[in-house]
Design a binder for this molecule. Structure first.
Ligand SMILES: [Zn+2]
Length: 207
């Protein structure tokens, strides 16, 4: 197996996910941009805690995880989320993470629901009770106002029996907060109060 690993290094030399230079999965320079801290932002009354400031390097890492299914990129995102979870003020044994759902289309394309699969690795109870109930555009090309409009009524809530303790929303990145706001609204319309939200990355300024 070692031989196979070495051979694959020769054929497909490893590159840093952040800058694509040959070397380890993340080079020391890119590590500076992907070094978990604690950042707190607010989406209306919802407190959002994140680990990494969004940057071109962070963007490449998220894309490599989300679109490229690269395990080493996944691990960086999981480390960031774990850092946030470890700093959570409440009781970790008494909370349920609610992952932001991928659309059916992107789940099919990627072979997984991205944020839900991160929850599995975090080993904290989670419940995928949110689902897309209407077609939404990819948020990345939209401004803050259009993002909000795009997501109105986007999420439905199902199977609430699997929820207990604090409800904590989880996503890879918070940008304008539209996704978390709409998820929180959908859950509260279903009688469920969201306690907090965590994300790996936070894009600033948060508008
Ligand atoms: Zn690098």
């Amino acid at each position: 197996m070692k031989f196979v690993a070495e051979l694959s290094q020769l054929v497909f030399p490893q590159r840093c996910i952040g800058c694509l230079n040959l070397g380890p999965a993340i080079c020391s320079q890119c590590r500076v941009a992907w070094h978990p801290h604690i950042y707190t932002t607010h989406v209306e009354r919802l407190v959002v805690t994140s680990a990494i400031l969004y940057s071109p390097i962070a963007a490449r890492i998220l894309v490599a995880a989300k679109e490229g299914n690269q395990r080493s990129a996944d691990n960086l995102v999981i480390d960031a989320l774990r850092h946030v979870v470890e700093n959570y003020k409440g009781d970790l044994k008494n909370l349920t993470l609610v992952p932001m759902p991928s659309s059916k289309n992107s789940s099919r394309k990627r072979g997984r629901n991205f944020v839900e699969s991160l929850c599995e690795d975090l080993q904290i109870s989670y419940s995928n009770i949110l689902f897309h109930q209407k077609r939404v555009q990819d948020q990345s090309g939209l401004n803050a106002k259009d993002r909000k409009q795009n997501l109105v009524g986007a999420f439905g809530v199902e199977n609430r029996a699997r929820i207990y303790g604090d409800i904590v929303l989880i996503d890879d990145v918070v940008t304008t907060g539209s996704t978390l706001r709409e998820a929180s609204r959908a859950l509260s319309a279903g009688g469920l109060k969201v306690s907090a939200a965590i994300t790996a990355c936070v894009a600033q300024p948060l508008r």
